[in-house]
Write a protein that binds this ligand. Structure first.
Ligand SMILES: Cc1cc2nc3c(=O)[nH]c(=O)nc-3n(C[C@H](O)[C@H](O)[C@H](O)COP(=O)(O)OP(=O)(O)OC[C@H]3O[C@@H](n4cnc5c(N)ncnc54)[C@H](O)[C@@H]3O)c2cc1C
Length: 475
């Protein structure tokens, strides 16, 4: 039944917070009731790019968002199905004169936005899209010639010099008409899944703010020295909060700069490295924006058509954390148990899949997206292509990490390994630094290494070299 009252819709997407939310704030400026809506997808059971961990975290964050909206006089309206249809119905139902949303950096999100804009145009409703998910849009950080960067360092130098927006407070009050119907808040059962048994971070805006506070209170000052030691809790752990917009990138940046201004020189140096990671995140969003083909093929054209092996038992062993390489297995088991993996381990496990097992990076990319609670298409693709040696500013193909010497460097006492592989608890850490010399498993029930690293390294070098020789340089 069409309504006679007028309203404005704010469409929540990956901005599940009320504080410093550009679109939510703007939707309140019309002086009309605001209808905050989230449209849940209706696919069932399996999805190549997501899984129960991330959807469970999403559900918790939606519940928390609803509670937060209630504190300012509003509530979350849940609708289901294709966003364009659900929004069209809501516009007609509520007599909305405007629709606001924050831009999504992913290609799928962008295609939905195009359809939503067209629908608003047809209904004569004004449509407002806001940049919110990054400090700078992809069109803002360009070379002097106006072209996108293909390499991180010049991108980040430019990114660092650009003025950045400051965070805004949450709206004091938001009136939402009581008559608008809503579906119940979803659980993962909506997608046909059981609640995951993994130990996931607490969802919601307040929990995200607490994680940031903890990071600002000490971790980021020591970030340069400790971020590569996975046994320590030394990184910010805010990636899922950025993924779902539980805290704004502007708040993170402003708080980081404040901490920097109060830090000693060593602390400042640590914080500078942390800020550069925030720039990496935006670099990968820019790559995905300017080169969306990276989701289908190698960024570096020279490496398109590489002959990957067929996935078989070794792929299963990798997924299960049973390759017989303790550090690789610890990373994969951290992922299975917590929906998170330390960055250093993401690099090591990704390089192992591509360079030791000779499997296509796209297999690992999809597996990570299904498991990671912070699964972010741009960063994940960037990380995988970096590790495979095929991406923008990637590790050169011949720089292949040795999982044994990586252990000596990043987990010499085996603390991280033992945390995630209980059957290795009693094994002396020196046994994690090289393959077993006696050819016997290092602990009962733990497998022997599934490959010989040196042999596979040589094979990778030969494959890449042959590919380059038989394909004229394209990039
Ligand atoms: C193969 C591979 C896959 C990855 N997949 C993802 C993913 O799906 N989602 C994701 O958010 N990150 C991904 N990363 C990047 C990185 O591993 C995570 O952002 C980081 O481990 C998250 O932990 P943190 O929040 O404690 O990070 P911190 O080290 O505290 O860094 C702070 C923030 O900076 C950003 N950041 C840090 N490192 C990177 C990086 N290398 N690239 C892009 N952004 C970065 C993240 O937003 C992160 O939360 C991937 C890296 C690799 C090598």
């Amino acid at each position: 039944m069409p309504s006679t009252t007028r309203s404005v819709i704010h469409w929540f997407r990956r901005d599940l917070r009320i504080t410093d939310n550009t679109s939510l704030i703007e939707s309140g400026h019309h002086g009309l009731p605001v209808v905050p809506v989230y449209v849940i997808s209706s696919w069932q059971k399996s999805h190549a790019w997501t899984g129960p961990n991330r959807q469970h975290f999403l559900c918790g964050s939606l519940a928390s968002l609803d509670a937060n909206l209630k504190t300012i006089g509003s509530r979350l309206i849940i609708r289901e199905g294709k966003a364009v249809e659900a929004l069209r119905n809501l516009i007609i139902e509520t007599g909305a004169i405007a629709l606001h949303f924050n831009l999504d950096p992913d290609p799928f999100g962008k295609s939905v936005e195009a359809a939503v804009r067209q629908m608003c145009h047809e209904l004569g409703v004004s449509c407002h899209a806001h940049l919110d998910h990054t400090l700078h849009g992809p069109g803002e950080v360009l070379t002097q010639g106006g072209l996108p960067y293909r390499v991180y360092t010049p991108y980040s130098k430019n990114w660092l010099t650009l003025p950045k927006s400051k965070p805004l407070p949450k709206p004091a009050n938001l009136q939402t008409p009581p008559s608008i119907s809503s579906l119940p808040l979803p659980t993962v059962k909506h997608w046909g899944w059981e609640i995951p048994t993994t130990s996931l971070p607490e969802p919601g805006e307040r929990a995200a703010r607490d994680r940031l506070k903890q990071a600002i209170a000490g971790k980021i000052q020591h970030y340069a020295a400790r971020r590569d030691l996975p046994a320590l809790d030394a990184t910010s752990r805010i990636s899922q909060d950025l993924r779902y917009g539980l805290i704004s990138i502007r708040s993170i940046y402003a708080n980081t700069l404040k901490a920097r201004s109060e830090a000693d020189n060593a602390g400042k140096a640590g914080i500078d490295v942390f800020i550069k990671e925030l720039a990496w995140r935006e670099f990968y969003f820019a790559i995905l924006h300017h080169f969306p083909n990276v989701l289908e093929e190698e960024f570096n054209a020279d490496w398109r058509g590489l002959p990957w092996d067929q996935p078989g038992k070794s792929f299963d062993a990798w997924k299960q954390g049973r390759t017989g390489f303790p550090l690789v297995d610890a990373g994969m088991r951290e992922l299975a148990a917590s929906g998170f993996m330390h960055n250093r381990l993401r690099m090591i496990t990704a390089m192992f899949l591509t360079k030791d097992l000779h499997l296509d990076w796209k297999l690992g990319e999809s597996w990570f997206m299904q498991q990671l609670v912070d699964g972010e298409i741009a960063s994940n693709n960037g990380g995988w292509q970096w590790s495979a040696g095929t991406g923008a500013d990637a590790a050169p193909y011949f720089r292949i990490q040795n999982p044994w010497s990586q252990t000596a460097k990043h987990d010499p006492e085996g603390i991280y390994i033992k945390r995630w592989i209980p059957e290795l608890e009693k094994v002396h850490p020196s046994r994690f630094l090289e393959p077993p010399k006696d050819g016997r498993p290092i602990a009962p029930g733990y497998p022997l290494p599934c490959v010989d690293h040196k042999t596979e390294r040589d094979r990778t070098l030969a494959i890449f070299k042959k590919h380059r020789e038989s394909n004229p340089k394209k990039s």
